[in-house]
Design a protein around this ligand. Structure first.
Ligand SMILES: *[C@@H]1O[C@H](CO)[C@@H](O)[C@H](O)[C@H]1NC(C)=O
Ligand SMILES: *[C@@H]1O[C@H](CO)[C@@H](O)[C@H](O)[C@H]1NC(C)=O
Ligand SMILES: CC(=O)N[C@H]1CO[C@H](CO)[C@@H](O)[C@@H]1O
Length: 370
């Protein structure tokens, strides 16, 4: 009897251990929804967007109950989310292609790896760009008619100025923002500094999308005389959003939690509690990225922090910048090899309709960090 109790005790301890270990993998639910990016790659889901199949997709288990409900309530939106995430990841990799941290991703559900559990600039960028990606893709999908619960933004109606009026289909950035806020922010929990920072950066991403909206117009009138114009609001390109956020990354503010004047009755953590660490700096604006810890140097592999290191990365031997061999390889040096590439060249067009090319072979020199 006694040994049975002991056995049960041991078993219970093991279960506890396992659950606390798995808890450290994905820190709370922070960013867990990023795992659904894989939905976009399974083509059957792309063409057959509704109902049963979606529920069966294993990556949806990464979503909270609330997030799954939002997806059910907005048929068609899952694809927009997955596509937005895809675009965001591509943009992140492009913006950071020349840096030691080049936005590496994995195929596991923890797409961005351990960087998201930290609180450095790179973490801030990942939160902002993914939140912006969802906002952008959802707003665009609304105007494409791909989501049942939203349309173009038709609130802009009537005259806009002496020679133009609102018309056509404006991208529905308000819906995109609202949805992204409900969906993306709901995976953050807590009342601590990290929580506030993640929410702040999510919002900075969304605001970037809406603040970069542009007016587009079309001319009417006799033979394009443009006596009357019809105008609507168009989303910025995602490259514009990426460029903007990259600038904010470079100028990100290091913040601390300011406890002063905190109201004990308030149960929500208040973003106004973020203050610059250096009192001489001005407080971050809503569109600034914020962080609370120094970045690792990303030079060498470290399994514990999840940094891959720059060994094997291609560097530019003539660049004095971050992509130069000196900085990118962290002073370890590099090896050089030549590579033969064959490209199509001297193409000619034959009427009608084919193109013939020659094969040109050239060699190029590649430098790789040791
Ligand atoms: C390498 O750096 C130089 C100087 O910054 C630049 O002109 C050149 O385009 C770069 N090469 C590549 C392949 O990026
Ligand atoms: C060029 O290379 C391709 C594939 O390597 C080959 O199929 C093609 O015939 C070549 N073209 C010429 C003009 O040699
Ligand atoms: C990132 C984050 O908010 N982590 C928190 C997850 O929850 C544990 C305990 O519930 C906190 O200690 C962590 O700070």
């Amino acid at each position: 009897m006694r040994s049975l109790a002991l056995l049960l005790g041991v078993k219970a301890a093991c279960i506890l251990l396992v659950s606390s270990l798995s808890g450290t993998g994905a820190v709370n639910n922070s960013g867990r929804w990023w795992g659904i990016v894989n939905v976009a790659s399974s083509s059957n889901l792309l063409t057959n967007s509704k109902n049963v199949q979606l529920v069966l997709d294993p990556s949806l288990a990464l979503l909270s109950r609330r997030q799954r409900r939002l997806i059910r309530q907005n048929p068609g939106i899952l694809h927009a989310i997955a596509a937005g995430l895809h675009t965001a990841i591509k943009e992140c990799k492009w913006q950071f292609r020349n840096r030691r941290w080049n936005c590496p991703t994995t195929h596991s559900p923890a797409i961005f790896g351990k960087i998201v559990n930290r609180g450095c600039r790179e973490t801030a960028f990942v939160f902002a760009i993914t939140s912006a990606g969802v906002t952008h893709a959802v707003a665009r999908s609304c105007s494409e008619g791909a989501i049942e619960s939203c349309t173009c933004d038709y609130r802009r109606r009537g005259p806009g100025g002496p020679d133009w009026h609102w018309g056509g289909c404006s991208d529905n950035v308000d819906f995109g923002r609202m949805f992204s806020q409900e969906f993306v922010d709901s995976s953050e929990r807590g009342r601590d500094l990290r929580y506030l920072i993640n929410l702040h950066n999510n919002e900075a991403g969304r605001m970037t999308v809406s603040s970069e909206m542009r007016q587009e117009c079309k001319c009417h009138g006799m033979s394009g005389s443009c006596t009357v114009r019809t105008c609507w609001m168009r989303l910025p390109s995602f490259r514009t959003v990426g460029d903007f956020l990259k600038d904010r990354f470079d100028g990100a503010s290091r913040v601390v939690y300011a406890n002063k004047g905190s109201n004990r009755a308030s149960h929500r953590a208040d973003p106004r509690h973020l203050e610059p660490e250096n009192p001489a700096h001005k407080p971050p604006s809503a569109m600034d990225l914020v962080y609370f810890e120094k970045s690792p140097n990303f030079c060498s592999y470290n399994g514990k922090t999840g940094t891959l290191g720059t060994s094997g990365r291609t560097c530019n031997s003539s660049s004095p910048g971050l992509d130069g061999c000196e900085l990118l390889c962290c002073g370890r040096g590099f090896k050089t090899r030549t590579e033969t590439v064959t490209e199509r060249c001297h193409c000619t067009f034959h009427w009608c309709c084919h193109v013939s090319c020659l094969n040109c072979t050239s060699t190029r020199t590649l430098h790789q960090c040791l």
